[in-house]
Design a protein. Sequence first.
Length: 343
Amino acid sequence: MIILGIESSCDETGLALVDTNTGLLAHALYSQIAMHQEYGGVVPELASRDHIRRALPLLEQVLQQAQLDKSSIDAIAYTQGPGLAGALLVGASVACGLGLALGKPMIPIHHLEGHLLSPLLSSKPPAFPFISLLVSGGHTQLMLVQGVGQYTLLGETLDDAAGEAFDKSAKLLGLSYPGGPAISRLAESGDPSAYTLPRPMLHSKDFNFSFSGLKTAVLTVVKNHPGVLSEQDKANVARAFVDALVDVVVAKCCAALRHTGMKRLVIAGGVGANAQLRAGLNAAAAKKRFDVYYPELEFCTDNGAMIAFAGALRCKADPQQAQYDYAFTVRPKWPLSELSGIT
């Protein structure tokens, strides 16, 4: 089967084609970062309107890349949630309208499941079961993943997600949106001994996270600094922030592996592209002798390939996952625990 995937949960429009037998055929992505930069964050109404403009041209692009036409599509997977309501509605309406016109079945996909399964798209995919760290702008969660649709939440952030803390701390330092890449680049030239920031919940004896206090610590440093922060001062604060966050995340991942007896750790989500986090996890893996897997950098961010791939895996396990139902709904808030498994 050839599955078309459509992702529109936030500020990226992604479309892709996946063959259930041979894998990824083509994918295309349009990012709205440049549009949202002048506002310092995502503007939901602008995001929704831009998805409308991008979806169909991207469809033509992936069909051309794969040298296929619309009739070759066997089923259409789309992000049903969670995400921005208006943005989700655009992707769902395009998907279901196309499905109705072509007479193809639909596969609604949970956005986080797409991220959880995205490392399986890599050239060296992990085998089930594994521990997954889902780390992005909106989510920081540790999951036990035993198979498609079989996810057990071990711990999650109690306040700000890691990516959210990156963005807010970057804004405090006067850096541009998106803050994650900006603060990570700045941290490379920072002095690790200049500041020491707290490691929230490092010793909490559970697998939960909290990054709001870390962001507040950055605010305190900035407010208490005499005069205007120099570029080196900013780099030093950025380094302290990144070091603190990485220490906590790595420690929690190692604790989850010990608790479950697992030897495979899989990283998913946009913050999974962070160079310092990857370095910290790789060092821990070498020391504690576990394997760590990452999605390709192009699949760390939101993308259509992960949605098409999740749809393909679900259909391969259970063809009844694809239904001729075009009366769509979206789920802006959709806990992963409510996701139906594969029967």
